[in-house]
Design a protein around this ligand. Structure first.
Ligand SMILES: [Zn+2]
Length: 447
């Protein structure tokens, strides 16, 4: 791959250990990595990207998503429901999906994320109707060029057994574990710089059995991959845990092997003090999804307390059926605002929110090669043009979270340009949007 030289950046927010902020710096990209940072670097034969109007940040990291849900945004029956009611509205629609729906919705969701500064996204795909498979989303990410951590989700307790999902959407537990092994063996790449790492992710304690939670943890440890699920999302979730398992979600997770640096849980809105201590002690990660939590009225996660205690926290947009947008920079702003609502105006700075969105997310996903700008790191970079109206008149790069812009000018993933001058340049996005809208129309006609 030819070299790229990002030249004369207005500001580089490195998110390195010293949290250095550089002005007028150049960044040389070679072989997918950051090769050199300094002033007045020799261009040689490199492709030049002039960055005098740009704040450069590490690519943002999305730690929780259900990409397939971009096909079910703003569904009328689910617009004003709490989590369980919302799920019951959407399950029958999702049951009509197949491989085409999974591929297209993933591509749209990932492109939307890329435009909002995201270079690395996880995904939690926990239903496989109509012959859909995890690789439908892996192919979408590879074509677009985003770094991808898909997780093989699952549901096994249908309505007839007291679970929430319809029986048609649940799978046999032995088949789930078998398919986990298949996708890990086929697609997981543990090497540094990896573009695809697979995780194991039963959907939630209320949609799979205790045995599957335990076996999934054993399998993930055997294979050396990460574990992910939903936990302690709202009051209904806590009540379910206490009624069904006789304990809080934290204890349930701990008993089944679901704590540790190789585990991250989505939401955790309702973690109590003891559970926060447990997560801090075990370095169990949290995917904080503030817009989704607001949208579903779930509450405000105790992110300030988690961070102060030492819990690794990253950000997630969550699925587009509960957000309904997919802007990661928007989540950084929402994180900052919500912590201020609860704890006061000095409770979280814009810079801390941006740190959580980049370095924090990379740590939650077990990536020490992404999330900061330093020589030797992968070249996952977001360039934000601050010469436009959103940040006109701003005095400080914190404007990125406090004001805007909301979309990147350029985005590099592993040194490859994914967004150029504000447009996706690896796929035909207009065509993908048309395909997506046709599929959404067909689904809505069937309801
Ligand atoms: Zn979710």
């Amino acid at each position: 791959m030819p070299e790229t030289l990002i030249r004369n950046a207005h500001t580089v927010l490195t998110m390195d250990d010293a949290r250095q902020e550089l002005t007028g710096a150049d960044i040389r990209i070679r072989d997918g990595a950051i090769a050199e940072i300094g002033e007045g670097l020799e261009p040689g034969g490199a492709t030049i990207v002039e960055a005098g109007r740009c704040v450069v940040t590490p690519g943002l990291v999305n730690t929780h998503h259900h990409l397939y849900q971009t096909l079910t945004r703003a569904v009328p029956g689910g617009q004003d429901a709490l989590l369980f009611g919302w799920l019951k509205t959407l399950y029958p629609i999702w049951a009509r999906f197949g491989p085409n729906e999974m591929f297209t919705s993933a591509q749209i969701g990932l492109a939307e994320l890329a435009l909002s500064g995201c270079t690395l996204s996880s995904d939690h795909l926990y239903l496989y109707p109509g012959g859909a498979r995890l690789e439908d989303t892996i192919h979408a990410a590879a074509e677009l060029g985003l770094r991808f951590h898909p997780t093989r989700g699952a549901m096994s307790i249908g309505e007839s057994q007291g679970g929430l999902p319809p029986d048609a959407l649940v799978e046999d537990e032995a088949a789930i574990l078998e398919d986990c092994i298949r996708v890990i063996d086929t697609f997981h790449d543990a090497a540094p710089g990896s573009m695809c790492r697979v995780g194991v992710a039963p959907c939630s304690p209320f949609s799979v059995s205790r045995e599957l939670m335990r076996d999934a943890a054993l399998l993930a440890r055997d294979k050396g991959v990460m574990l992910h699920t939903h936990l302690a999302e709202n009051d209904e979730d806590i009540a379910y845990s206490q009624a069904q398992f006789g304990c809080r979600p934290g204890q349930y997770a701990e008993e089944l092997g679901w704590t540790g640096a190789d585990v991250w849980h989505a939401h955790c809105v309702k973690l109590d003090g003891q559970e926060i201590d447990l997560f801090a002690r075990t370095k169990t990660g949290v995917a904080h999804c503030p817009c989704s939590n607001c949208r579903l009225g779930s509450g405000i996660a105790p992110v300030r307390r988690m961070r102060d205690a030492g819990v690794p926290v990253g950000l997630g947009v969550d699925g587009s059926a509960s957000n309904d947008a997919g802007s990661l920079i928007g989540e950084a702003r929402q994180t900052m605002l919500l912590q201020r609502v609860v704890n006061g105006a000095d409770a979280m700075s814009a810079r801390e929110a941006l740190w959580i969105a980049t370095r924090g997310g990379a740590e939650v996903l077990g990536r020490d090669d992404c999330g900061r700008i330093a020589v030797g790191q992968r070249a996952d970079l977001a360039l934000w043009d601050i010469g436009g109206i959103e940040s006109a008149g701003s005095w400080d790069p914190a404007a990125l979270v406090l004001a805007g812009p909301r979309k990147v000018a350029h985005l590099f993933v592993d040194g490859r340009e994914i967004v150029r001058d504000g447009r996706i340049c690896t796929i035909d996005l207009e065509k993908a949007i048309l395909r997506q809208n046709r599929l959404a129309q067909r689904l809505s006609d069937l309801v």
